[in-house]
Design a protein around this ligand. Structure first.
Ligand SMILES: [Zn+2]
Length: 235
């Protein structure tokens, strides 16, 4: 805890004072362009791995980057998805899984979890389609390779779960929303995106529909170092 409190102090005295204008702007409202869904794993830092600034991404985190299908639960995930799309007008959703995911390891030995961690067991049932796909198609794999495939398949399962939400289906139908499946490799920092045409994970080349809520000049002034990549993306 001591280190955490020191961090808070350092944030307030160093970072905040040099980014005052950005925080004043953020206090007037949020206009994120991305809904980023990832695992609770402490090794994942969404803003670090995407170099996004505060206010750019609306984030849902839980064990296994899972979105229960529409109507399956009254948990916070559905509410956050609905709010992101209806209230914030978000047009891109990223489901980002990661290498060495403990939740996916748990999914591979789901039966053992029932007594040991009953709440985790219930939660991971929302990834049942992933487990079934693995049982049906990857019986020949084991160890790290099996885990890797499970992580990759689970990202696709969660994209399917997202498609069960009426608001998502409607926006996808109208071309007002894009879904992206990412996998982050902790050891290399590499991020790959699922290409549905090729049926494999490839380096991301997606045209994000990120709209401009700041002019390029404003961004340059506020975000300084990160402005170059951000503005080039908008152009
Ligand atoms: Zn994980």
């Amino acid at each position: 805890m001591k280190k955490l409190i020191q961090g808070v102090h350092s944030f307030q005295t160093d970072y905040l004072t040099t980014h005052r204008e950005m925080f004043e702007l953020l206090s007037q409202g949020q206009h994120p362009r991305i809904l980023f869904i990832t695992c609770s794993d402490s090794r994942i830092d969404p803003n670090l791995i995407t170099q996004a600034e505060p206010g750019e991404m609306f984030i849902i985190r839980n064990a296994g980057n899972i979105i229960p299908p529409y109507g399956a639960t009254n948990g916070g995930e559905g509410a956050a998805v609905e709010y992101a799309i209806r209230a914030l007008g978000i047009k891109d959703i990223v489901v980002c899984g990661h290498s060495h995911c403990g939740a996916m390891k748990g999914l591979l030995k789901l039966g053992k979890l029932a007594e040991e961690m009953p709440i985790v067991y219930e939660w991971l049932k929302h990834a049942e389609a992933t487990r079934q796909t693995i049982l049906d198609n990857y019986q020949n794999l084991e160890g790290e390779k099996l885990l890797q495939v499970t992580i990759e398949e689970n990202i696709l399962t969660q994209l399917e779960n997202l498609r069960t939400y009426p608001i998502i289906r409607s926006r996808l139908h109208n071309g007002q929303l894009q879904l992206h499946g990412w996998i982050y490799h902790i050891e290399t920092g590499e991020i790959l995106e699922h290409d549905p045409v090729r049926g494999q994970y490839v380096p991301p080349q997606t045209q994000f529909s990120r709209a401009s809520w700041l002019t390029p000049q404003q961004q340059e002034r506020i975000y300084k170092g990160s402005a170059a990549s951000y503005t080039s993306e908008i152009k």
